[in-house]
Write a protein that binds this ligand. Structure first.
Ligand code: F3S
Length: 391
């Protein structure tokens, strides 16, 4: 890989130990994937923030990097293992909270904006079409590539930290035009209405295309929250972290020869596969990916005057929650007994063994609820999930 003089100096350690280690990570990655050079990135989203995933080895690595590492580009964090303020109300154990705070402190020392969310694009980290970025969380990566037209590979924890501390990433994969072309045409012959249908479509397309970039035709309209749900689902169910939707996504591309069809019956089958047939749950989670302000408005309308008898969490970025406070939605939602889970979610929080069955409107939430936490799943619309919460 060709390095500039400054990059060579960074690799030799003349800009400090954290930069040296970062360059070692980026150069190794670049060489594995045949990158010719490093390119500047505009923003970074660091993954691997929950202490539940990092453990003590991860914490040690961060403490080492924080000794002399400072971010060179705007950088935010993926959800952590707990709400950084409200963790006691969510039942997070004290010893876990202590370690999680140490993780966040290390990032803060590096100059990272400690907003922990999988929807950085809703809270100011929203890249322009064509900009190169280094993001880690899979739904955010897919949304950035597919909906915003930015360019990022699905980065791991260490490579996002390395990108943040150098402002660089190796130029390979989805940073290059030739790797962004669709390989399979997906004709959607079904009306789609709401997040559940778009999540189910993501499952169908992800499983059918298995890593090949699809071009979806036949989707007449999709709201941003629906594209958010599709982005999260498609990549969870084995799809590529980039898809194109004719007439909606920003890149103009040619139609590939290979073609598959998606019918209404495929969507219905996917919805039924995500339901384990439970008629009651002990946990409800909405906000996977984290809720937009529109979603919070809908939740407040559906919950107003009711009372949730189940543990009910709403995953959200803290700045969106603050907007909700100002608009009066928070008061209504909390009066109904639901809890805001800022900075975190049902997958990265240490919840294994705490609940038996979850209700969610997220196809991604179903996958990880089952596979990480062993929950039985109820997959339904927002209204249906709220119905389960107040049952
Ligand atoms: Fe976000 Fe957690 Fe879902 S990181 S996409 S809320 S699994």
């Amino acid at each position: 890989m060709q390095l500039t003089r400054e990059e060579k100096e960074m690799l030799e350690g003349r800009h400090g130990n954290a930069v040296k280690k970062s360059m070692e990570i980026l150069v190794a990655l670049g060489e594995i994937y045949g990158a010719k050079r490093l390119i500047p990135v505009k923003t970074v989203q660091i993954s691997g923030v929950s202490y539940d995933n990092l453990g003590d080895a991860g914490l040690e690595f961060l403490a080492e990097m924080a000794k002399d590492g400072k971010v060179r580009v705007p950088t935010t964090l993926n959800p952590a293992g707990m709400d950084l303020e409200n963790w006691k109300v969510l039942g997070i154990p004290e010893d876990f909270a202590k370690k999680q705070k140490m993780v966040i402190d290390a990032f803060a020392k590096m100059g990272v904006t400690t907003t922990c969310t999988c929807t950085p694009y809703l809270v100011g980290n929203r890249p322009d079409v064509g900009s190169h970025i280094a993001w880690g969380e899979s739904s955010a990566v897919t949304f950035a590539n597919s909906v915003l037209g930015a360019r990022t590979n699905k980065e791991g924890g260490p490579s996002t930290i390395a990108a943040a501390l150098t402002g660089l990433t190796p130029e390979y994969g989805l940073h290059l035009d030739e790797n962004r072309k669709p390989r399979v045409l997906v004709e959607v012959n079904s009306e789609l209405d709401g997040i559940v249908d778009f999540g189910a479509l993501g499952k169908v397309v992800g499983e059918a295309t298995r890593g090949k970039i699809p071009l979806l035709k036949g989707i007449v309209h999709a709201a941003e929250d629906e594209m958010k749900a599709l982005s999260a689902s498609i990549v969870t169910y084995n799809g590529a972290p980039l898809f194109h939707v004719e007439g909606i996504t920003p890149e103009r591309v040619d139609e590939p020869d290979e073609k598959i069809l998606v019918a209404k019956s495929d969507i219905e089958k996917a919805i039924s596969e995500m339901n384990d047939g439970v008629d009651d749950v002990d946990f409800v989670f909405i906000g996977c990916p984290h809720c937009s302000i529109d979603e919070l408005k809908k939740i407040s309308e559906l919950l107003g005057g009711k009372r949730a008898g189940k543990e009910f969490w709403i995953g959200v970025a803290r700045p969106i929650k603050e907007e909700s406070d100002r608009l009066g939605y928070t008061k209504i939602i909390e009066a109904a007994g639901a809890k805001f889970a800022c900075d975190t979610c049902h997958v990265v929080a240490p919840l294994k063994g705490r609940f038996k069955a979850i209700a969610t409107n997220s196809a991604k939430g179903v996958y990880y609820g089952r596979n990480k936490n062993g929950f039985k799943t109820y997959f339904g619309t927002l209204k249906e999930c709220i119905g389960m919460a107040v049952k």
